[in-house]
Design a protein around this ligand. Structure first.
Ligand code: RUB
Length: 412
């Protein structure tokens, strides 16, 4: 029985045939040993030498530790370790983000990045619409899209949900969406909600305003595609899937369904369980890359350190880059900045993230002293001011809705 080494520090491997991963590792072991443990567990090894691991298997399928830089370890996996023909994320995750999290000798490990080779990427289709497609639908080529999450999260009936969407659109918002906990509860059945919201959006269209609203279809794997087709038939203009609770396969099934002709908005509820700890879990950058492969058109990436949800600006930029980079053969995902947004922080978010984003606010719209329409107007005014480079306080002098929002929540 050979004692194979998974260490190949400095070895240059062909990017066409290897998948590269970066892990931040915390361990009491020497880093080389810890890195080898991960490479072994995730490819051909286990905790002891085994008689069934022959030379040719090791040579073809063993992962290699190619670099160690402080606590950052690079591990490359041969493309043959993946089910290349299937174009499916679950097995990929079992390799690059599987048992390693449970290894007793590793105190913490965070998958920070992954770079797939072309033979894997080509099995995915990416977004059908992407950022440009969404902008075309809305006739808004440059400015950030401005949206709302209907609030309260749960409790409104279909009629009141539609009334909220109509008010938001009348105030100028381009996007509405269900919240992550609303799908098909008794108080707001999905069919009635979708039809009522579709009517509101049609009415806005007749009045000259374009808007889409993402209906949350997050449900069981065996039902999600049927539900996507149903809500589209009932008039949905966009579909929302919670990627972490439903799985990447659910996003892909909906996005790749040729019958689905509306964009897919991807929410990331529960991602904090994986992404929040800087020393353990999976980065949002990795999640973003996988969502793009699976066909999400818009994805929550955080507010780059400005809103209510945790997430530092540097990580936010990496997420944004994963949505937008030219390194992969897919349309670009529209990054969505959401969570504790209100007019006073819009310029900060746009400064950090630029204009090619969707900014959305729930409380920051519905909490406006004069209601949803005024809240929507205030958000749009904040975006217009930041887009034109005018300080909010200045712009608010002749924009009453923005002024009232600043009076209520301030700015930073
Ligand atoms: C926002 C909200 C969204 C969060 C999720 O509501 O409920 O679900 O944006 O966070 P509000 P993230 O605007 O009232 O805070 O986008 O970071 O995943």
């Amino acid at each position: 029985m050979e004692n194979y080494s998974y260490l190949a520090l400095g070895e240059e491997l062909d990017r066409e045939n290897w998948v590269f991963t970066k892990y931040r590792v915390t361990t009491d072991l020497p880093m080389e040993k810890a890195a080898e443990n991960i490479a072994a567990e995730q490819s051909t090894g286990t905790w002891t030498g085994i008689s069934t691991l022959k030379d040719d298997i090791f040579r073809k399928y063993a992962a290699k530790v190619t670099a160690i830089d402080g606590d950052m370890v690079t591990i490359a996996y041969p493309v043959e370790d993946f089910c290349i023909e299937r174009g499916a994320v679950p097995q990929i995750l079992s390799v690059i983000a599987g048992n390693l999290f449970g290894l007793e000798t590793i105190k913490g490990v965070r998958l920070e990045d992954v770079e797939f080779c072309p033979s894997i990427l080509k099995k995915y289709k990416g977004p059908k619409f992407g950022d440009k497609g969404l902008r075309d639908i809305l006739g808004r080529p440059e400015k950030p899209l401005v949206g709302t999450i209907v609030k309260p999260k749960i409790g409104l009936n279909p009629k009141d949900t539609a009334a909220y969407v109509y008010e938001a659109g009348s105030g100028g918002l381009t996007n509405g969406k269900d919240d992550e906990t609303l799908v098909d509860q008794v108080f707001c059945p999905i069919e009635a909600r979708t039809k009522a919201v579709a009517e509101a959006i049609d009415k806005l269209k007749e009045e000259g305003h374009r808007m889409v609203h993402a209906i949350n279809i997050s449900t069981n794997g065996q039902d999600i595609r049927d539900l996507a087709e149903d809500v589209q038939k009932w008039g949905a203009t966009e579909i929302m899937v919670d990627v972490i609770t439903c799985g990447y396969g659910a996003v892909q099934a909906v996005a790749e369904d040729p019958k689905i002709k509306v964009p897919v908005h991807v929410h990331r509820t529960m991602h904090g369980a994986m992404t929040k700890d800087p020393l353990n879990g999976i980065s949002m950058r990795v999640v973003s890359k996988l969502v793009r492969m699976c066909g999400g058109d818009a994805l929550h990436i955080g507010t780059l350190g400005v809103g209510k949800m945790a997430g530092d600006p540097a990580e936010g930029r990496l997420n944004q880059d994963a949505c937008q980079s030219d390194d992969v053969p897919f349309k670009k995902v529209l990054p969505v900045c959401s969570g504790g947004m209100y007019p006073g922080i819009v310029p900060g978010v746009m400064k950090a993230a630029g204009n090619n984003i969707q900014i959305q606010a729930g409380g920051g719209v519905a909490g406006h002293p004069r209601g949803v329409r005024a809240g929507a107007m205030a958000m749009c005014q904040a975006v217009d001011a930041a887009y034109e480079g005018i300080p909010l306080a200045e712009y608010a002098k002749d924009h009453a809705e923005l002024r009232e929002a600043l009076e209520r929540w301030g700015s930073k």
